[in-house]
Design a protein. Structure first.
Length: 88
């Protein structure tokens, strides 16, 4: 599962040919969650409050890039790195 972004200790990953709805995986300090690309909300798993807020902020700011990567992943194409909050 490729890492497509990393910021403030949070790793953002996406599986190839994963199931709908469009989502990505965020991990931070031993916590993991599936996060909706559309809303930035945790849909499964858990992140600490501050990490969840940062992930949502990042997801909403990069929604178009995440959607593009989702389409690429579903087609088995290489994924593109996305800038983290500390790179913006």
């Amino acid at each position: 599962m490729p890492t497509i972004a990393y910021f403030y200790g949070i790793a953002i990953r996406m599986y190839f040919v994963d199931h709908p709805p469009p989502h990505f995986f965020a991990s931070y300090s031993g916590h993991e969650a599936n996060v909706s690309i559309e809303t930035g909300d945790v849909i499964e798993g858990h992140l600490p409050g501050n990490a969840a807020r940062l992930v949502k902020q990042w997801a909403l700011a990069h929604r178009g890039e995440l959607e593009d990567n989702w389409r690429r992943a579903r087609s088995g194409m290489p994924l593109v790195k996305i800038a983290g909050l500390d790179d913006d």
